[in-house]
Ligand binder design. Structure first.
Ligand code: NDP
Length: 447
């Protein structure tokens, strides 16, 4: 007889949701966590990142306030105070996650869980058996093995630096890289982004990529494109990096953000016959089932769409399927996402490039403007919005925006895109004036 109906490995967003829903539907559930309950998003991802993004914005806000008649005394910033406040909030959220597990009678094992066979889980010196296992171990950043790699950090450590670095190199140009470049720059660091190609955020709509690259440059972020770091050496002044072209640079912190690897190493998965992809991701079917009948996986460890809300949906769908008798397959189409860069951007549906690659006949509408709030200031930032419309049907198949509040605005637009609404539906929606969002229902200019 098994000790538990379900054993979840990993108490992050996906794992905790699955545990809760399974328990609500009568399952006896345990969960193991080797670090802190809450997972990447809560402990060292989305939430603390967004708090740092808010913090870094004040430098511009104080400047802009002057144009609105405020006298702003010289502002000073205290990194330690920010990190302490952030840590306190993260501890509070972690407590809420613990409470959720407790309220739902989910037994928490604090330690690293390893599979011994398809039903047996070992946590330290304890062993327990479960009918079903859910792998929800997420993914972890990596730093390439160049000489001196031990001097570099990932975003995990960036959340706990003892002081604000004066000079930062951020390596990579994906989500994490551009977000942290904005954070450090807004707080006053001198930031250099080192990237192997020539434009940030590969995979996003080209116009957004161009706008963000230009906007970050205008805010004083340096870019070293088509460049890699070959070695890092510690000096009395900081870190000396040698680039692929032989040039050198000096920094206080070198932060890598080159993506994340699914956390499957050492879990015992391969040994018991769970099929993994080349990058270590657990292979699953549309119900998140692995190659073994009683083992499932959700979230970043499956490397489908690596976003918290998607992991939550996957965990929820798994639990409904398995414990509520409601076969549910998580939807992965038209998932909106945002990058909390400065300016932020957000997107739902197809980019123009992806639509054309698919051979779709599309009309493209776009608009670029200076937001009203900035008209009294010297700031020249532009907001850019874009709709991709399928020509035959008029259905809006992509919506993209870069500029203040883009994530907040695209969340609403995403409902329309998910619902399959047409450009005519957008057009007959009366604008809320004066807003930035109204531009989405006023787009006239076809490109
Ligand atoms: P990304 O996959 O977004 O970006 C990785 C970056 O590193 C790319 O610029 C990539 O270049 C570059 N790169 C990859 N491998 C190498 C290499 N060997 N040498 C040099 N450069 C390399 O990963 P992130 O770490 O930024 O983020 C991880 C995941 O976390 C994302 O996939 C995202 O899903 C999630 N996330 C989501 C956020 C959000 O929703 N706001 C915020 C932060 C993270 P190239 O493009 O050329 O391959």
């Amino acid at each position: 007889m098994a000790d538990f109906d379900l054993f979840v490995i990993g108490a992050g967003s996906g794992g905790v949701r699955a545990a809760r829903i399974a328990s609500e539907n009568g399952a006896k559930v345990a969960i193991a966590e080797e670090y802190r309950v809450g997972g990447t998003c809560v402990i060292r991802g989305c939430i603390p990142k967004k708090l740092l993004v808010y913090a870094s914005h004040f430098s511009e806000d104080f400047e802009d306030a002057k144009s609105y008649g405020w006298t702003v005394p010289p502002a000073t910033f205290n990194w330690q105070k920010l990190i302490a406040a952030k840590d306190q909030e993260i501890a509070r959220l972690e407590g809420l996650y613990h409470q959720t597990l407790k309220n739902n009678n989910v037994r928490l094992y604090e330690g690293r869980a390893v599979l011994k066979d398809k039903n047996t889980v070992q946590i330290g010196d304890q062993s327990t058996a479960a009918e079903t296992i859910l792998i929800a171990t997420g993914a972890a950043p990596f730093i390439p093995g160049i000489p001196g790699a031990e001097h570099a950090i990932s975003s995990n450590e960036a959340f706990h630096l003892g002081s604000l670095p004066k000079r930062v190199a951020v390596v990579g140009a994906g989500y994490v890289a551009v977000e942290f470049a904005g954070i450090f720059s807004g707080l006053g660091s001198d930031v250099t982004v080192v990237y192997r190609k020539d434009k940030v955020l590969r995979g996003f709509d080209e116009d957004l990529r161009d706008h963000l690259t230009a906007a970050m440059t205008a805010k004083g972020i340096n870019f070293l494109f088509n460049t890699l770091i070959e070695k890092i050496e510690k000096t009395v002044d900081g870190l000396k990096v040698t680039y692929s072209d032989g040039d050198v640079g000096e920094f206080d912190v070198v932060m890598y953000a080159l993506g994340r690897w699914p956390s499957t190493a050492g879990l015992g998965l391969k040994e018991i016959g769970v099929k993994l992809a080349k990058n270590g991701a657990v292979k699953v079917d549309e119900y998140s089932k692995t190659s073994l009948d009683n083992i499932y996986a959700v979230g970043d460890v499956t490397d489908r769409i690596n976003l918290t809300p998607v992991a939550i949906r996957e965990g929820h769908a798994f639990a409904l399927t398995k414990y509520a008798g409601i076969p549910t397959s998580p939807e992965h189409d038209n998932v909106a996402s945002a990058v909390f860069s400065q300016p932020p951007l957000a997107t739902v549906g197809l980019s123009e490039g992806r639509a054309r690659e698919r051979g779709l006949d599309v009309d493209v509408y776009s608009s670029e403007f200076r937001p009203l709030k900035l008209t009294l200031t010297a700031r020249q930032d532009k907001t850019f919005i874009k709709l991709i419309v399928e020509r035959g049907t008029g259905v809006v198949i992509g919506a993209h925006m870069i500029g203040t509040d883009a994530p907040e605005i695209i969340q609403g637009v995403a409902i329309a895109v998910k619902a399959g609404l047409t450009k005519a539906d957008f057009d007959r929606t009366v604008a809320i004036h004066p807003t930035t969002a109204e531009e989405f229902v006023l787009l006239k200019r076809k490109r």
